[in-house]
Design a protein. Sequence first.
Length: 321
Amino acid sequence: MAALAALIFVLFAVTVLLGRYTVTIPDFFRILGGADIPGASFIVMENKLPRAVIGVLVGCAFGVAGAVFQTMLRNPLASPDIIGISYGASASAVAAIVLFGASGLVVSGAALLGALAVALAIYAISRRGGVGGYRLILVGIGFSAVLHACVNFLLTRTDITVAGEALIWLNGSLNSSNWDRATVLVLALAVLLPAVAALSRNLRGLELGDDTAAGLGVPVERSRLGLIIVGVGLAAVATAAAGPVAFIAFLSGPIARRILTGHNSLVAAGLTGAAIVLAADFVGANLIPDVSLPVGVITGVLGAPFLLWLLVTSNRSGQGG
């Protein structure tokens, strides 16, 4: 945990101080103290610092959300970006952009509502006979396919300028980070993270299976519904702030589990997600001269091979579907 926290601190400092516009450490503290350094003050306070803060918050939210779903459903594929929740946010946001010309916080609000609506629909359809892990995942994958088709249809029915704006959001980007979004994220996480902590004891019971959890006195359906609501809330607010950053929710839990040699930890998953977002954003912003790649492009490049590797290793160990 300490190593992950130290890594985040280093990546945060690198993101703020280095890159295409470098800032010295003394100048950074002068700016924080209220000094006005032409050019540097604006870049640090209005671009680099809110971008890094939102990167940490978004990564933490995605990481914890993914770990909640993966642990609760006992399946490493059960993350919000695999089971359709992120696609619900994407479809709703793209519809707001294409059909109503929305931008800024309106798009974020539409994404939040879309994620919540799709999650509710997935739960309602999959709960017949009890919400089983594979049942919910399969229903979610079905929703993903339908919503992906809806997004593609909307993009083909609009002009190239609007489609370009929608694609930037769909890739997941921290380019539009500002203090307003950071404030909303902080307030949302101040409510959702304590709720996750309160439900984490029941989550450990659900990890053992429904029958064992019920035998231990865990209210299975009520606990699962509460965890789904909180997990969806975390994924939704993160998606609303930065778009559907690919594979963060999917990667963070398994990586944290390997770091902790097999133990599940929501805190470690959140820290891992924050570290991945900060590192990917810095690489995307500085990898190619004069080109700033969205953070979702970098995480997508990392996540796809990891998904294939996870499927191969799961099947070899008899855990695959």
